[in-house]
Write a protein that binds this ligand. Structure first.
Ligand SMILES: Cc1cc2nc3c(=O)[nH]c(=O)nc-3n(C[C@H](O)[C@H](O)[C@H](O)COP(=O)(O)O)c2cc1C
Length: 383
C-alpha cells in the first residue's frame, strides 16, 4: 500500500487508529504506535469545552513529546464554536491534524442534532466544515494542517447522507473523508457496509477516502482495501486489548505474513504497562486503575483465564493489587488461536436514532432546531 497523503502530511502506513472516547488517550496511543506506523487520533473533545479550556478538554488534547503527529478529533455543532476551537489549536500550535466527528450515534448527542444526525442538515454541515477548513488552512504560516471528517452512512437506509456530505467536504477542501459503513440506527450492530465505502471512493476520485468498520485483523484490512479501493483504513474496536494489531497491519500492508500471536505472558505485560501509562495519563492511580478495568475482557479474550480471576481483575484498585493478580496467571499459556480473534467491544442492537423534533422533514434547520443546536455542545462526551 502506498503511504496516505493528508495535505502536507505523509502517513507511511495508511492506517488510522479510530478516535474512541475513553480509549485512545496518550497511554493507549503509545502502546499502539510502538507496534506500527499510522495516524493515532486522540479521544474526541467538544469544541465548546476546548474553547472554554476546561481541565478535562485540555487533558484530552494532550500529546506525548514523541508524538510526531498530534492528531485531535473535535465534536461540534456550531460553526462559530468549531471555527474558534480550530483557531485555538492552530494559533497555539497544539495539533498537526484535526478530524471532525460526524459519526457519533449516542442518543444524548443525536437528540440535539449532533454527531451522526448532523450531516442531514446540509446548511449546518457545510458551514461547520467550511469554518474548520478555513481556520486549519491558516496554520504553519498559511501552509495549513490537514482537516478531515469522519461520518456514518446516514441516519437510516431511507436517510442516507454520505455521498452528499462527502462531496460537500471535498468542495470545502478537506484532506480526507472517512466513512464508517453503518447508519446511526445501526449503532454498532450488524456488519459494516463496505459497498457504501466503495461507492464513496468512486464518487470522490479527487480526495483520499478512508474506510472504517469491522476490521478485526490485518487480513480484514487488506480485504477492505481490495474490495473498496480506499486509500487507508480506520481501525477501532479491533485493536481494543491488542495494540499489536498495528504491527500486523503494517506487516500486511508491506506484504509480509508476520503476525503477532502473543502468549499470555506478553498479554499480561502489555496490560500491566497499559495500566502504568494510564497512571501517567491521569496523574493518579485510582482513576487509572478504574479505567484499566474495562480493558480486562478485551486483553484476555480467548485466553483460558478463569472467571474468578477476571472478575477480580475487573475490580482492581492499585498497581500493586494488579501485580498480585497477574502473578496468579500461568504465564506459559500460549496464544489460543481463533478464540482470541474476531469481533470485540461494543455491539448492541439497532435502535431508532433519537433526533430533535421534525428533524427529518427538511434538509435545512428551522428556528427551533437552531436553538436546540445551540444547547447541544454542553454536556457531550463519547462516540
Ligand atoms: C468505545 C468507543 C468510543 C468511540 N468514540 C468515538 C469518538 O470519540 N469519535 C468518533 O468519531 N468515533 C468514535 N467511535 C467510533 C469509532 O471511531 C469507529 O468509527 C467505530 O467503532 C467503527 O469502527 P470499528 O468497527 O473498527 O470499531 C467510538 C467507538 C467505540 C467502540
Amino acid at each position: 500500500m502506498p503511504p496516505l497523503q493528508l495535505g502536507h502530511l505523509t502517513v507511511d502506513t495508511p492506517v488510522v487508529l479510530a478516535p474512541m472516547a475513553g480509549i485512545t488517550n496518550t497511554a493507549f496511543r503509545r502502546l499502539c504506535r510502538e507496534y506500527g506506523g499510522g495516524l493515532y487520533v486522540a479521544e474526541m473533545v467538544t469544541s465548546r469545552a476546548l474553547v472554554e479550556r476546561t481541565p478535562e478538554s485540555m487533558r484530552l488534547i494532550k500529546h506525548d513529546d514523541d508524538e510526531k503527529v498530534r492528531s485531535i478529533q473535535l465534536y461540534g455543532v456550531d460553526p462559530v464554536t468549531v471555527g474558534a476551537a480550530v483557531r485555538m489549536l492552530v494559533e497555539e500550535d497544539r495539533a498537526d491534524h484535526i478530524d471532525l466527528n460526524f459519526g457519533c450515534p449516542v442518543p444524548k448527542v443525536t437528540r440535539r442534532g449532533g454527531g451522526s444526525a448532523l450531516p442531514w442538515k446540509t446548511d449546518l454541515f457545510t458551514a461547520i466544515v467550511n469554518a474548520a477548513v478555513r481556520e486549519a488552512g491558516k496554520a504553519r504560516g498559511g501552509a495549513g494542517i490537514p482537516l478531515t471528517i469522519k461520518m456514518r452512512k446516514g441516519i437510516d437506509e431511507d436517510h442516507l447522507t454520505y455521498l452528499e456530505a462527502g462531496r460537500i467536504a471535498r468542495d470545502a477542501g478537506v484532506a480526507a473523508v472517512a466513512l464508517h459503513g453503518r447508519t446511526a440506527n445501526q449503532y454498532y450492530s450488524g456488519t459494516a457496509d463496505w459497498d457504501a465505502i466503495a461507492r464513496l471512493r468512486e464518487a470522490l476520485p479527487d480526495v483520499p477516502v478512508l474506510g472504517n468498520g469491522d476490521i478485526w485483523s490485518a487480513e480484514d484490512a487488506v480485504r477492505m482495501v481490495r474490495a473498496t479501493g480506499v486509500d487507508g483504513v480506520v481501525v477501532g474496536r479491533g485493536c481494543q486489548g491488542r495494540p499489536w494489531l498495528f504491527g500486523d497491519l503494517q506487516a500486511a500492508f508491506e506484504g509480509s505474513d508476520r503476525r503477532f500471536r502473543p502468549g499470555v505472558d506478553v498479554v499480561a505485560a502489555t496490560f500491566r504497562r497499559h495500566a502504568e501509562l494510564l497512571v501517567e495519563n491521569y496523574g493518579e492511580e485510582p482513576k487509572a486503575l478504574r479505567d484499566i478495568r474495562k480493558h480486562v475482557a478485551w486483553y484476555f479474550k480467548g485466553y483460558p483465564v478463569g472467571g474468578d480471576l477476571r472478575a477480580r481483575l475487573a475490580q482492581v484498585e492499585t498497581l500493586a493489587g494488579l501485580d498480585e493478580l497477574l502473578g496468579e496467571l500461568d504465564l506459559t499459556m500460549p496464544y489460543p488461536g481463533d478464540a482470541a480473534e474476531g469481533p470485540r467491544g461494543r455491539a448492541g442492537s439497532p435502535k431508532r436514532t433519537a433526533l430533535p423534533d421534525r428533524w427529518l422533514e427538511s434538509r435545512e434547520l428551522n428556528e427551533e432546531q437552531r436553538a436546540t443546536i445551540a444547547a447541544a455542545e454542553l454536556d457531550v462526551s463519547g462516540g
